[in-house]
Design a protein. Sequence first.
Length: 482
Amino acid sequence: QAEAQKLLAELSQWPLSARSAHGQLPGDLVTAMKLLSAVDLLCLLPLGATALKQGRQEPTPAMTEHKKLEAYLANTCHSWTCSKGFVPKAGHHDIAPTGSGKLSDKLCCDATCALHECGFGYVENEVYFGNVGSTDEKCCDLSCGNKAIECPVGYTITDARRAKAGVNATDCCSPTCAVAVCVPPLAFPDKSSSKLLKVSTDQNVCCDVTCAGRHCKDKTAHIREKLSMVPTSDEECCAPTCETFEVPNGYERVPSMLKRMGGDGSKCFQLKCGDADGTYGYQCGKGWKPNGDMKSCAKQPCTDDQCCTKTCEAFTCPPDHAKDEEQLARWPADTDVCCLPSCKLHTCGENYVPGSNLARNTTISSEDEVCCDKMCSLYECKAGTVRIPGSEQVPGYNQSICCEHELCPSLRTNLTKTETAGCNLPEATEESCEASYTALFNNHTNATEYNRCSWDSNFGLCRLADTTQTASKLPTDCQGVN
């Protein structure tokens, strides 16, 4: 057939003069005609028509064959035109009715998908209309109404989508409000809400408006505790603002709260400084006196420092001072007015022990008599005693510290203790004997005693003075005597 087609292509360009003298077609063309089928020979019809128009009176053998071919094809499905929705069967040129049969769609044509009505779970697709077939599988697409398709939670197949093509959840499922994201002031609806069944993710469709998104009318403001609540009306969300409340005595409006919810009014106002008698406004603490100017407090809350004057009662004395209890009501308070110094701050005067005041740090006074220890030089000794030597340098103010026997001064300055016990002094003279004393141990008193020496003129000896005589005994506790 390929060779015959080639010959026919060449023939279409041959002039009539190329034919043989006997009016015959070239032998090669005849060969081609023998090789071609009835369908292929139809291509020769235009050639025959052309030859007749150019004056050829006698049909050629080829034309005779053509007429035979036409008569043959007239009785086959080649001459049948298929109805809409049908296409010629394969090899329809060679299909002919038998017996008394006639040409028909049933004999000559195959039904296409254009005639097929898709069943449940399928939808038509024009792409398949030219296909030969009559089943859902060949002619239709699966629809989203197919029961095999399951949507994820929060998704659904709409009625409109069920009639459209789709093979999986991605093709068929649409999100509902159950998967919507609600951004404040909108809130996700309650799980029982019918909104969750709506096919949408639009916040305006799916979400509820909270109080934060509601409008409060003039002189009302949102109730903070209800901002996240879903109300049934604007009134549920709003309350009167502070500007609607009357200002009580001793208070003033809080500027930042003017347009805000007033509640019970406690947050709408702030104290001012009080009046002079403390009836309205800020109440001064104990030990403070009202200034009485009822001015605004520069810093809230008001304080004693802003609204009051401190009295001595509230004044704190500096270290080493004590509060003067007689001055508690005086104001304005300072150290000089309210406080008394302690002995720690006092300087002891002459005849008083320097620094002895430090032993009385908490004693309140500035007097030597109260704060300082006296020197012995100020003490009056009892009869028969005298102040000890250097008493002006000895701290104390009592008999035992400051005083000694009246003979002690003489013992220290006029008498000399013997080197050994007794008065038997070698080379003694009356003068040296009378200026001496000796130390003897008394077994009866178990103590050492000092006794004067006395000159015995009869024998020219220095002897122990008569111990029975009081004047012969000397004190043993004199300062500077051992």
